[in-house]
Design a binder for this molecule. Sequence first.
Ligand code: GLN
Length: 474
Amino acid sequence: MVQTYDRLRTALEQGTTTCEAITQNYLSTIYEKQHLNAFLAVYEDYALNTARSIDEKMKRGTAGPLAGMVVAVKDNICIKDRTVTCGSRMLEHFVSLYDATVIQKLKDADAIIIGKTNLDEFAMGSSSENSAFGRVKHPLKNEYVPGGSSGGSAVAVATGMSTTALGSDTGGSIRQPAAFCGVVGLKPTYGRVSRFGLVAYASSFDVIGPLGNCVIDVARVLQVIAGHDEKDSTSAYVPVPEYLIDIHKDITGLRVGLPKEYFDESLNSEIRSAIESAVNVLERNGVIVQEVSLPHTKYAIATYYILVTAEASSNLARYDGARYGYRSQNATDLYSLYVKSRSEGFGEEVKRRIMLGTYVLSAGYYDAYYRKGQKVRRLIRDEFQQVFQEIDCLLTPTSPTTAFKAGEKLKNPLEMYLSDIYTTSANLAGIPGISIPWGVDTNGMPIGVQLLAPQFGEPLLLRIAHFLESHRTM
Ligand code: GLN
């Protein structure tokens, strides 16, 4: 059963349900819908035991802010004494030595962690087809993809296998699967949420964020997981505001920009109409909508794929068969241990990224690609800052298409990379973005619209998103 946290919490407080019953319900759905392959591990005993102890706390009146919220966690986030596979053979049997900071915070808030969700290997992909443990299926049409890389998390939330989920977003991996599955996905400002315990893909882009069935649910999770962490030196010292205080506030007089570069020919016409209908809702309610320009948008995909592959090639160097994860049984010396463990342990897409990244970092190409990429990244960031002088937030499509068929883009990596065309800029600039559902296409597949705000502009982002959500016309 798909339900928002507020309804569950009210039912808990009125005594009409228990955390145990709620958890049991989600577990039944997980087992019923196993064919979707959304979960890589289910913590049945742990979840039920935790639920019972939170029921006791409810009785005593000492339950935390997320009591009874059942959370599914993308399997690239560490939970102590549990495997963290990253969807890879490389880490298939690797057990986490500690809790990620976000996990510790969720536990402290009395959320119930129900299991680990499937993903593209090391979060590299846009379709959840790159998992070593099989692809995740779209709940509405099983031959379609749910988006990626946090596909399992999006499916869990969309089908009532959990109340909310955690994902990670390096170039769109929370927002795009949220759009494809018809749920809300929030990518916070870079540094807003600690990355301690998130397995690194591209460290200057990666951020953990929530997926949920409504804007308020993701705001509640953000409230708990946000904040500086001494274990992550890139987490920001910026104080965490109360995200729910202004969420219902009127939005009259706010300015929303439509970046014209996001509305070119590659955009599907039904998604374009969805944006137009969202614009109508905003304008009817006193919001000033205006066209703006972000001319460097056309370089975003190239810049993104140069910089993330460079960072990935460096981050993934640690999987050498000696210290972490998979170790080839066919090695004859140290060198062949490295080569064989990496060749056998990593999948196609991960190898492609490591090679691309090693190339752009190599002597002779470093200046032409990596250094230049860094410069363009700065230009893209500055351009957003400039535009945010005039407007409060941007409205764009989340993805150029709705969910596509499994296998459709697998043979053509470039086409797959282009599905990130509207999401990667936010990661290049470090700004927050949210995708909310806005109707379906003629095929019945959900459409997502994206809002982008300046760094640490989550309060305003959530407010406008919540407004749109409560005035949904399609
Ligand atoms: N699809 C993008 C990529 O493959 C985004 C991935 C992500 O955000 N983790 O890099």
